[in-house]
Ligand binder design. Sequence first.
Ligand code: NDP
Length: 301
Amino acid sequence: MTAQIIDGKQTAAKVREDLARRIAADDSEEMPVLAVVLVGENEASRIYVRNKKKAAAEVGIGCEVLEFSDSIGEHALLEAIGELNDNPHVNGIIVQLPLPEHINPLRVLSNIRPEKDVDGFNPYNAGLLACREPDAVVSATPRGILKLLETTGIELAGKHAVVIGRSNIVGRPAAMLLLNRDCTVSITHSKTENLPAIVRQADIVIAACGQAGLVKKEWIKEGAAVIDVGINRVNGKLCGDVDFEGVSEKAAFITPVPGGVGPMTVAMLLENTYEAFRKQRFAGQAHECRCGSHGCGCSHH
Ligand code: NDP
């Protein structure tokens, strides 16, 4: 078998075109606005932010980048986020990760008002997703993964999906999304024993462990769909967590790196921002606390 390539670049372009059309047809006088908080000099983060800004402009979403030096304290950063929470012209807020070590990322992400949390990293949104609540803002990468799987036409219900990686931003939410779509889900990680034997049972493999070429041909069940989330640099060359050449001989579907999940992440972030904009405008909920807890970012507490 030679796997069919799942073209993330093309699917992402379609998502962006569709979004641009919907935004252009929107009768609102205001445009959706995404605020990106960037702390420090991390070169990769700067490239990601530049790409997000460019992609936002192309679909008609305003993007404001707020840059802070590495030495900013957590309190000052939380204050800046509080201002964005209260700014009615800002519809979506993301904090580019990683943050400097002296700042607790969970505390920062928890302070983004849930309605504006277009990365879906606030534990409140993660909780909604875990509770199968349709109102959850689902983080962009897992949403992109699901969208790519949908393009294959495979029936998800009942399939065994094995997720390699359990991070808050990829592995866990991807597993929740697949569970909510009636997959039987195994979540694996660095302490998992006999990972190849578990992956061999998978109809769907989501590789999100940041280990270049970890997933081998011998691990793959004939006809599986393989989504490679990994972004690794080996000898200056970009590659995923899957041995693409070998696995392509056994899988039915596979995403390339680059050109797979990566472009989808940006497209789905823009989609989340537009959805946040519409919800805030139509439901008027931008300033309404729905979490009922301290530390959620709402000005009510
Ligand atoms: P993290 O480092 O936060 O998490 C990696 C996960 O993989 C951990 O749960 C870890 O286990 C697990 N893991 C590490 N080594 C192994 C192993 N040998 N076997 C099984 N599991 C292992 O990474 P992220 O989730 O943030 O990202 C994962 C990858 O996806 C990275 O390459 C990242 O660059 C990429 N990425 C790509 C995006 C895109 O848009 N394409 C977006 C975000 C990330 P444990 O918990 O035990 O430590």
